[in-house]
Design a binder for this molecule. Structure first.
Ligand code: IVH
Length: 693
């Protein structure tokens, strides 16, 4: 090969063209056909040569140059993909007794004495994904996200060799869902490499898998060895299987990896034996699992059982018991949260708990410390279970130092010095400093930009804290006025005029490009969905599930705010899952003038979208109020109610003028008569069932 310095412009142009063609071909072979023909070092050598030629002849850089390709990260985070069928989670149980309760509940719901068959599957401790195939070709992939909307990780999934790019004899539309994970050996190797180059290591294989999959640059994903197991489906144009077992057979035929330990169990004894067996195997498996998933094998029964708000009624996760270890408490610190809650945290002598190094544990609250008499210097048993923050289970009093003293919980906020008080019926002590307390203000900002709220890439915890301390960001509104307040640094005579302006570019660690990226990420979020916005406000007790419920019931932010400002809670408290205490917190939030001030200022900067119903907005029952009466022939009352809810109906107990349909079974009494009197449409059980055909 000719040295770069000796190339003429013509030769350089010709070589750049050849390299671009070769690398594009190699990318297809590698990412799409699963058949790489260049070694990694050959690929890297081509890339290097391309860069060297381009830096000598920058004017010759091609539109399709490999240096412009997927190697360059997207600028403003991932695009979003709305799941056509929500990606749900599973209810957790921790004992065989609870598994028995779960099965009893199912039998009651189905009104049967027979125990249905289950498939028991190891619960992979990774990250769920959905992959869509149209006419047998992989077209897009997403993370679970909030269950309704995930991140578009199509390019990243393409780098996972175990995921087929093409499948044959499949339905026209097929979405498969499963878990992306990193094998333990790959995790250790990656961490070793990171530690050697002074980078921060990953805490566990799950975090490593998440960090590797959610890379804006799919080239990085490709370098990490990620694996998958497929275990369920989303949208399918034609379901060709009638049991979960049958589904696994189809998956295998199409070339998807399924877990070889998945097993059919006919009764609770088999489930129990299998649980013990897998728990024994667990340390020797090449990947992390945190329990077993039990799914009813028959799809017909799954469909009859349906779903609760976020979990199926036909499946459950039976989690392994928590792992424990012995260590010392070096210090007890008090953290101040977004709502002012003072949370005690134990700094521990770092200890290995089931493969993860633990150096902090939550002590929950003042009463917990008193009840367990936890003191600085104590030897304690700590445990961790799944994603839960490690906890102190018990203290070993005979190992206690002689000079140890009971811990005194502070009555002042350690961050701002304001009084910290406890309401009569509350377990937590709260700082009364409000937003004058820097800890609360910072936590509130962090919550506002967090993943399930505004999800602003580039505004991490540390940056929020720095910007707050420097007065750049004081409230969420300041995020959206940041670009207007920022000015290029002037070196000229007029520099003095800029006094007081912000110059992000000149801050340490920032440059023109990163500032532009930040503004782009912020501007990308000026349109926000209603549930995210409600959640972002940080109202006490209002998490993602409640935010979604509120959004679904009010439809728009203005109608929700109107009711809250007027202290109208009638509609709010009829929402299943929102009680009086929560309603009180919400009304109080809107009763505080500084909150209203911030909301109004925010609404000038951003647009809150109206709530769009996903799966069932087109259904004939969506938003309708229905009442059941009489004895139904083909399903239990619980089943009928669940079916109605699944199509977006509200199920009421009595007939009124607000009722849309009354579904009448055998021997119906006064409710049917009242419906007739009020002229409400009456449906037979068959007519009701036809909505589900
Ligand atoms: S089924 C509607 N099967 O566990 C049912 N989930 O806690 C959807 N998971 O979000 C899930 N292994 O990320 C299912 N064999 C398995 C699983 C599994 C791991 C994860 C998945 C899910 C979470 C729920």
């Amino acid at each position: 090969m000719k040295p770069i310095e000796e190339l003429t412009a013509e030769e350089a142009a010709e070589e750049l063209k050849l390299i671009a063609q070769e690398m594009a071909k190699s990318d297809i072979a590698y990412y799409q056909n699963d058949a790489p023909y260049l070694t990694d070092s050959q690929y890297d050598a081509l890339k290097r040569r391309n860069t060297q030629i381009e830096s000598r002849f920058p004017e010759l850089m091609r539109q399709d140059s490999p240096s412009k390709k997927i190697g360059a990260p997207l600028q403003s985070g991932f695009a979003k993909i709305r799941h056509r069928f929500p990606m749900l989670s599973l209810g957790d149980v921790f004992s065989t007794a609870e598994v028995e309760d779960f099965i009893m509940g199912i039998k009651r719901f189905l009104n049967t004495a027979d125990t249905p068959e289950f498939i028991a599957e190891p619960k992979i401790d990774g990250l769920s994904f959905s992959a869509r195939y149209e006419h047998g070709i992989f077209t897009s992939g997403a993370t679970r996200g909030d269950g309704t909307e995930g991140e578009d990780i199509t390019q990243n999934l393409k780098t996972i060799r175990q995921l087929p790019q093409k499948i044959e004899n499949a339905p026209e539309i097929l979405e498969v869902r499963g878990e992306v994970y990193m094998a333990k050996s790959d995790f250790f190797a990656l961490n070793e490499k990171y530690a050697a180059s002074g980078k921060k290591v990953f805490a566990n294989p799950r975090n490593a898998a998440a960090g590797s999959l959610r890379q804006l640059d799919p080239k990085i994903t490709a370098e990490r060895n990620l694996s998958i197991f497929v275990y369920t489906w989303g949208e399918v144009s034609q379901r060709m299987w009638s049991t979960q077992e049958d589904f696994f057979e189809h998956l295998k035929k199409w070339g998807f990896p399924t877990n070889p330990l998945n097993k059919l169990c006919k009764n609770i004894t088999e489930l129990k034996q299998n649980f013990e067996k897998i728990m024994e195997l667990r340390p020797s498996l090449s990947y992390d699992i945190d329990g077993m998933v039990y799914k009813i094998n028959s799809i017909a029964l799954q469909e009859r059982l349906g779903f609760l708000t976020r979990t199926p009624r036909w499946a459950i996760a039976h989690k392994f018991p928590a792992e424990q270890a012995l260590t010392r408490i070096n210090n007890i610190r008090i953290q101040v949260g977004r709502t002012g809650a003072l949370t005690p945290v134990a700094d521990l002598e770092p200890v290995n708990v089931g493969g993860v190094i633990v150096s902090h544990a939550t002590l929950h609250n003042e009463d917990e410390i008193k009840r367990k008499d936890i003191r600085i210097g104590d030897m304690v048993i700590v445990q961790r279970a799944g994603d839960v923050i490690p906890q102190v289970v018990s203290v070993l009093p005979d190992k206690r130092p002689n000079d140890s003293q009971a811990f005194i919980f502070p009555h002042h906020c350690p961050e701002c010095g304001a009084h910290a008080i406890r309401e009569e019926d509350e377990a937590v002590r709260r700082c009364t400093g409000g937003l004058t307390c820097p800890a609360q203000a910072i936590e509130r900002l962090r919550h506002f930009v967090s993943r399930e709220a505004f999800d602003i890439e580039g505004l991490g915890a540390k940056i929020i804290e720095d910007f707050y301390q420097e007065g750049i960001l004081k409230s969420p509104v300041d995020i959206f006025s940041l670009e207007r307040r920022n000015r290029p640094l002037r070196q000229d005579l007029f520099a003095a005029l800029d006094d007081g302006a912000i110059h992000l570019e000149s801050k340490e660690g920032w440059g023109k490009k990163s500032v532009e990226n930040l503004f782009r990420a912020i501007n990308a979020k000026r349109n926000i969905s209603l549930p995210r916005f409600i959640y972002a406000l940080g109202i006490r007790q209002v998490g993602t599930a409640t935010s979604r419920l509120i959004a679904k019931n009010y439809g728009s932010f203005s109608s929700f705010m109107h009711d809250m400002i007027n202290k109208e809670t009638a509609k709010l408290v009829t929402i299943d899952g929102i009680g009086g205490a929560m309603a009180k917190d919400i009304v109080e939030f809107f009763g505080e003038s500084h909150n209203l001030y911030i909301i109004n200022a925010l609404l000038k900067e951003i647009n809150v979208e109206e709530y769009i119903e996903t799966a069932d907005s087109n259904s004939p029952l969506s938003g309708k109020t229905i009442v059941f009466t009489g004895t139904l022939q083909n399903m239990t009352r619980a089943e009928a109610k669940a079916k109605g809810l699944s199509l977006g109906a509200k199920v009421a107990g009595s007939v009124s003028k607000n009722t849309d349909y009354v579904i009448v079974g055998a021997d119906a009494g006064s409710k049917a008569a009242k419906a007739q009197e009020l002229g409400i449409k009456i449906l037979t059980e068959e007519e009701f069932m036809s909505f589900f055909a």
